[in-house]
Write a protein that binds this ligand. Structure first.
Ligand code: DQA
Length: 147
């Protein structure tokens, strides 16, 4: 059985509360359920973790290493734009990692156009809302892990 870890960073637990015009009405729990339900019945274990802290996110990534996860999907939230520590953590675990953003970070403020974490990832998906997580997992399963 393949194992995928989904990591969500700061403020994503506030989905459904924060800036609904940008991030939509779905709350965090329903997004997590949507991700899990989308792969129901598949030979796949999906674990989803969230933290508002940089160090915790690095701990999650190192946990993925120790637990020999097959792939990681990460939405580092605002850490995307300045956390070299998360970049280094992604690099250090050598597990294929896809970066996901609900919003189109390339059509928002200038500071969001820069991702310091994506060079450590195999792909960046943005602007597709919760579908981005599904696309990321399918990409890992079909184009990276399966090959
Ligand atoms: C985000 C985009 C980031 O710029 C922002 O700080 C977030 C969410 C997204 O999913 O669109 O917290 O990662």
């Amino acid at each position: 059985m393949k194992q995928i870890l989904v990591i969500n960073g700061p403020n994503l637990n506030f989905l459904g509360i924060r800036e609904k015009g940008i991030y939509g009405d779905d709350d965090y729990k329903s997004v997590c359920n949507y991700i899990k339900d989308s792969f129901q019945g598949k030979d796949l274990k999906i674990e989803i973790l969230q933290s508002n802290s940089e160090g915790k996110i690095i701990d999650f990534l190192q946990m993925a290493y120790h637990n020999q996860m097959d792939g990681v999907v990460i939405n580092p939230g605002a850490y995307t734009h300045y956390s070299y520590a998360i970049h280094d953590a992604i690099k250090s675990i050598s597990i294929p990692t896809v970066e996901v953003h609900l919003s189109n970070i390339h059509e928002r403020e200038d500071f969001r156009k820069i991702s310091v974490t994506s060079p450590a990832c195999v792909k960046q998906i943005y602007g597709k809302g919760k579908e981005g997580y599904i696309e990321a997992i399918n990409f890992l399963l079909n184009d990276v892990i399966g090959k």
